[in-house]
Design a protein around this ligand. Structure first.
Ligand code: ZN
Length: 438
């Protein structure tokens, strides 16, 4: 049953060829999935009472931010230019210790609003007070793969947290909420902040439930010194534990050798490439071209808004391409089409999801409309395909994103969220920031 029809002069379904469909139709079913999508000339007849929305620009799938700690909008701008370890220990950890569940909720509402306004409909999150993150995402109408933060620090025992996630999934299901907006996941922080026993327990729990494990891997050169000395590399340690045999998403992966890359490719491990955060924190330039050549499932992530500060995945597309081109001295290293696919279908593949990230029949209707009334499209959208995608990715970015739907529900209209008030969300974060400041 078609509940709504959208028409647009251009559709970018983000299929493997990055096709450009002209004079397009996308039908949304009553359940919120995509019915027909393709040229208007081949669209099925619909009843005359089905509402039709005639859009003026480019329709594409909602973008997928594969690595974020979005509630850190509360900590945005605090000590951001300090060296990494001083920033963490003098500013971030003490401020996070003061964050209440309500502060996390406020931070996530604002983070979700920002992402939706940029056309990012799904984010893979890793943070604490996960119940409040789920509540916040259900309030804004976004979508998340919610990694409950599991970490071993003084006062933070990992065991009860793993038990809690097990029980939560066993009670509510792996995915729940309207349009399956929430997927629960294990946010195992890293091999350097968790003992091997914890990683084994997380792996057992996740495998039994077919859940995703999110983990930071080889971000800074000096992390995991012990694990590297003992196991060769973090990927080899994860493989030994069996973590690469299930659904695993490895964030950052800046310092990988050829064997690590081959291992990730063989095992189908997802990688969340975070070029903006890696640059801002001077972590290094990940080997994107080598990972893509080897067939690794690469996606893009912003990381948290305290270290990459605007949650705008379009910047990651540009940085991924620019840094890869500089590192390889090859300007063809990542074309605009490939950058766009990393942020859409690449994100879905890295998360192990076949129901988002592409506009095709049966997937959720997570859609973005880009308004062509913008200087980036001064030449119009009736230009050759290659020029159209170049103007979208290199010149327009998030700025002209105007309408956004998640599971067929419109959550952004004319650039503003429909389900929550943006100014109220900003005011709530302002109050939380004042409270936790150190
Ligand atoms: Zn991170």
């Amino acid at each position: 049953m078609v509940a709504r029809r959208l028409t647009a002069p251009v559709l970018l379904p983000c299929d493997p060829e990055c096709s450009v469909v002209r004079d397009a139709v996308v039908d949304i079913t009553a359940e919120g999935r995509i019915g027909y999508s393709g040229p208007a000339s081949a669209a099925p007849q619909i009843d005359s009472d089905v509402p039709v929305t005639r859009l003026s620009g480019i329709l594409l799938p909602g973008l997928i931010n594969a690595h974020a700690h979005s509630p850190m909008t509360v900590l945005r701008g605090m000590g951001g230019d300090l060296p990494l370890l001083r920033w963490l220990h003098e500013v971030i950890f003490p401020a996070e210790a003061k964050m209440s569940p309500a502060d996390v909720r406020a931070g996530m509402v604002l983070g979700s609003v920002e992402m939706l306004r940029h056309g990012v409909t799904t984010s893979a999150e890793m943070y604490f007070h996960a119940e409040q993150i789920a509540e916040a995402v259900l309030a804004t109408g976004g979508r998340t793969v919610l990694g409950v933060s599991i970490i071993d620090l003084p006062g933070l025992d990992w065991r009860p947290v793993v038990d809690k996630v097990d029980k939560w999934i066993d009670t509510d299901g792996l995915r729940f909420g309207p349009g399956d907006r929430i997927e629960l996941s294990y946010g195992a922080h890293s091999a350097y902040l968790l003992p091997e026993e914890a990683l084994r327990q997380v792996n057992d729990s996740a495998r039994q439930r077919d859940a995703l494990v999110q983990i930071h891997v080889a971000e800074a050169r000096n992390e995991d010194t012990e694990q590297r000395a003992q196991h060769g590399s973090v990927p080899r340690l994860l493989d030994k534990i069996g973590l690469l045999d299930g659904r695993t998403l490895a964030a950052h992966c800046v310092h990988l050798d050829d064997d690590d890359i081959a291992l990730f490719a063989t095992k189908g491990t997802g990688v969340a490439h975070c070029p903006g955060s890696n640059a801002k924190l001077a972590s290094g330039i990940a080997r994107l071209a080598d990972m893509r050549k080897a067939g690794v499932r690469v996606s893009l992530g912003t990381d948290g808004p305290a270290s990459n500060d605007d949650l705008d995945l379009w910047h990651e597309m540009q940085l991924a391409a620019f840094l890869s081109r500089l590192a390889t001295e090859d300007s063809t290293s990542l074309p605009a089409e490939a950058a766009l696919l990393l942020a859409t279908r690449g994100g879905a593949a890295a998360l192990g999801r076949d129901d988002i990230g592409v506009v095709e029949t049966g997937r959720w209707a997570d859609l973005v409309h880009v308004n062509p009334d913008d200087p980036a499209f001064a030449a119009g959208i009736d230009v050759p395909d290659e020029q159209l995608v170049a103007n979208l990715v290199w010149a327009a970015g998030s700025r002209p994103v105007r309408e956004v739907w998640v599971a067929g529900e419109q959550v952004v209209a004319d650039g503003e969220p429909t389900k929550v008030d943006r100014r109220r969300a900003q005011a709530d974060v302002a109050a939380a920031t004042a409270r936790v400041r150190v």
